[in-house]
Design a protein around this ligand. Structure first.
Ligand code: NAP
Length: 433
């Protein structure tokens, strides 16, 4: 029998638990610890609320959570309620599946002005993550700059563009829905520091911008490379670029414009006590594919800047951390004997949800190879329970979560799957505690 603790209950955590079950059968006990009283990490708080089909993967994780020998230990914070050294003493293996929930900063003048918001915060806000329930982004404005040309930038631009009716069937947090419905945004500028061939947007997601009720995408045909150059692109990227070509050929007049500003590198945010404009330098592509400034500058008036330029994993006391990579240094998921990492905490914030699966399998195989199936001398979950009890900490179990979930479903607006509790005291309150 082996005892394993998985820290984090997003996709990486669940795929790892699943892989451990495959490796060890019933010879493993897995505790999945989360600082929130609710599971599923990025699926609940990162995947866009209007992408319910992607969120449906939680059903697979639910099966894992409900299977024998797996426990959800919610509302328990590593470093506050239990220490890293204590976990290493209690379990044969501790696996960090903590994701990459922190925003990377733009690192330009004015990036600390009110109204400059990272995508982790903005996405968390519209997805009802308790850390961002009070974000209150400025939306009584005419124009927004969204920095970055990845799928997160697309999500943010789409959410800023949709009408109330287009959110039907989503689980967008009510506070976000209402604030967006009251906003007077007319223009969303998507700033890419490189060109159309260098976008990190997948075709399906990009294509969605072409079907919005009140918003129309705009691409300047002059930014597009010669069509013959598309042949060198891999097929998915070619499809994405085809969407841009389609957008460039349109002349729709809708209430909102989604403007693709390519070769546009933000160099400063300006304003008197809050964001009023973003200063951009035109770029050209160097031979190595990187953007270099041309010296030509222009300004875009905007009352909100959402930077969608990637994420980092926060450090954990007692765990080695690579500041330049923004994650834990590791060798195929091994940080130190008995300590592992998976998912974005291992690889950085790239790939789709399914990309996390092989990570879990690789780490589970390594744990099996290291520990075999022999009997553990560790106290495992019983030891954790005793320690938490001593400290007066009452974890949220999976059946507790199911009660929270039932209450969220119960209070959903008509046609929507759930109305999330956006505050921890509301989640705990649903348990009558
Ligand atoms: P991403 O795909 O890495 O894109 C980041 C973007 O930010 C790139 O366009 C990058 O440009 C730009 N950037 C980085 N630093 C910058 C700077 N200092 N100034 C200006 N631009 C900068 O990251 P992401 O959009 O956060 O997405 C993270 C992962 O989640 C990706 O794998 C993504 O596909 C996935 N995701 C998937 C979905 C979906 O499938 N529906 C939805 C959301 C996210 P350069 O290319 O020039 O570096």
């Amino acid at each position: 029998m082996r005892h394993v603790a998985v820290i984090g209950t997003g996709p990486a955590g669940f795929y790892t638990a699943e892989a451990l079950q495959k490796q060890f059968g019933d010879q493993v006990r897995i505790d999945m610890i989360d600082r929130l009283p609710v599971p599923y990490g990025l699926i609940r708080s990162g995947v866009a609320p209007d992408h319910q089909s992607i969120k449906a993967v939680y059903k697979r994780y639910e099966k894992v959570a409900l299977s024998d020998h797996v426990r959800f230990v919610g509302h328990v914070t590593l470093g506050e309620h239990v220490g890293m050294d204590e976990l290493l003493g209690l379990y044969d293996a501790v696996i960090l599946a903590t994701g990459a929930p922190d925003d990377r900063r733009l690192g330009i003048a004015g990036d600390d002005l009110p109204g400059v918001i990272g995508s982790a915060a903005f996405v968390g806000w519209y997805n009802g993550h308790p850390d961002f329930a009070d974000l209150d982004p400025p939306l009584d404005i005419a124009s927004v700059a969204v920095v970055g040309n990845g799928n997160v930038a697309l999500d943010v631009a789409r959410i800023l563009s949709k009408t109330s009716a287009e959110f039907a069937g989503s689980d967008i947090a009510m506070h976000a829905h209402d604030a967006l419905a009251a906003s007077r945004i007319e223009a969303i500028h998507l700033l890419g520091r490189r060109g159309p061939h260098q976008i990190a947007m997948t075709p399906k997601e990009l294509g969605e911008l072409g079907h919005l009720e009140e918003a129309a995408p705009e691409v300047d045909p002059a930014d597009l490379p010669a069509e013959s150059e598309d042949a060198a692109l891999e097929p998915g990227q070619r499809k994405s670029v085809n969407h841009l070509r389609d957008f460039a050929g349109r002349s729709e007049a809708k209430r909102k414009r989604i403007v693709f500003d390519f070769f546009a590198m933000p160099i400063a945010v300006e304003g008197d006590g809050k964001v009023e404009r973003i200063v951009v330098e035109r770029t050209r592509l160097a031979a190595d594919g990187r953007a270099s400034g041309t010296g030509e500058r222009y300004k875009i008036d905007c009352g909100l800047v959402v930077s969608c330029i990637g994420y980092q994993t926060p450090p954990i006391p007692g765990v080695p951390y690579d500041q330049s990579l923004g994650r834990f240094p590791n060798d195929h998921g091994v940080i130190a004997p008995g300590l592992y990492c998976v998912g974005w905490a291992r690889r950085g914030p790239t790939g789709t949800i399914g990309t996390n699966r092989p990570d879990g399998f690789e780490v589970a195989e390594q744990i099996k190879a290291t520990f075999g199936e022999g009997d553990s001398s560790k106290a495992g979950g019983a030891g954790l329970d005793a320690l938490l009890r001593e400290r007066g900490v009452e974890p949220v179990t999976f059946s507790d979560w199911q009660r929270i979930e039932a209450a969220e479903i119960e209070r959903a607006r008509e046609g929507n799957p759930r109305e999330k509790f956006a505050r921890i005291h509301e989640m705990i309150g649903a348990l009558g505690r």
